[in-house]
Design a protein around this ligand. Structure first.
Ligand SMILES: C[S@@+](CC[C@H](N)C(=O)[O-])C[C@H]1O[C@@H](n2cnc3c(N)ncnc32)[C@H](O)[C@@H]1O
Length: 273
């Protein structure tokens, strides 16, 4: 499935845990390449204001069910996409971090999507539990597609300043998941303490978006091994997907050079084992 690949038009997304939701936006250019196989039914975890639920429907999904932990977000999504006009969009408040928080679907989804959600897991237990939600909601041959913080950035311990409209300040470059106390290197063996920081589980960072007014939110940036381990524990096979640059006049210029060196996000896909 090479289709659910975000363009880099919007390398950042809305803030998490913002105090009040931004006004609903009307659907505009999708951040995805066209989806020949978007799936008949889609669950969107951490759907925020619901913008991409509408886009997924416009790309071919028969129904999209958005869940978000924030009642304000869901209220705004329902206001923007009322059932009277959008009968195929459904929104519910739900904490998607644990399977028991969502109803066990009698008819699991073709696609589960989560943009900027997994990066809120601060422990392996939490990340495994989030993957458990995904596994619980996936049809046997369905697929999960997610966007999360860059799991492959060897320089993740270094701040990013004025980086395509945002700052990323590293709050904890020696982050060790408190539940396992584990630091792993690329091979998944015990770390050698003297080894450089990039070999740690990941970092905790504060992202500040240069909007008007600016806003900031905190994320975890775990290494890919952590994702792979947690996905497997939740009965999922995980694959990483490539980035695709927008096909516009910036493509053959140095515009994206730094972004490509240290992309802001990773794209992952998973299926049930
Ligand atoms: C950065 S926003 C992304 C919103 C949307 N996915 C997008 O890309 O526009 C993160 C969203 O995750 C939601 N969120 C955070 N923790 C959550 C949880 N445990 N369960 C469900 N939603 C959660 C927040 O309320 C917020 O709407």
């Amino acid at each position: 499935m090479a289709s659910l690949v975000p363009y880099l038009e919007h390398p950042i997304s809305a803030p998490v845990r913002q105090s009040s939701p931004a006004p609903p936006r009307s659907p505009r250019r999708p951040p995805f390449t066209p989806l020949p196989d978007v799936g008949r039914t889609v669950a969107y975890l951490a759907c925020g204001l619901g913008h991409y639920t509408a886009i997924l429907a416009s790309l071919g999904a028969e129904s999209v069910h958005g869940y978000d932990i924030s009642p304000k977000m869901i209220e705004a999504a329902k206001a923007a996409y009322p059932s009277s006009s959008y009968a195929n969009l459904h929104f519910d408040v739900a904490d998607c971090s644990a399977p028991e928080n969502l109803p066990t679907p009698t008819d699991p989804f073709d696609v589960v999507f989560a943009g900027w959600f997994l990066n809120y897991a601060g422990t392996e237990k939490e990340l495994t539990s989030m993957f458990g939600v995904i596994a619980q909601n996936l049809r046997k041959d369905g697929r999960f597609v997610g966007v999360t913080t860059n799991a492959h950035d060897p320089w993740m311990v270094e701040d990013k300043k004025d980086f395509y409209g945002l700052d990323v300040d590293v709050l904890d470059k020696d982050y060790v998941a408190p539940d396992t106390g584990r630091e792993v290197n690329f091979l998944g063996v015990e770390p050698i303490k003297a080894i450089a920081d990039p070999y740690k589980v990941g970092i905790k960072a504060r992202v500040t978006v240069h909007s008007e007014p600016p806003f900031a939110f905190d994320v975890f940036q775990f290494r890919h091994e952590v994702y792979e381990r947690c996905a497997q524990a939740a009965n999922l096979r995980l694959r990483w997907r490539p980035h695709v640059l927008p096909d516009d006049k910036r493509k053959d210029t140095p515009y994206w050079t730094e972004w490509v060196r240290r992309p802001t996000f990773s794209i992952l896909e998973a299926t049930l084992l």
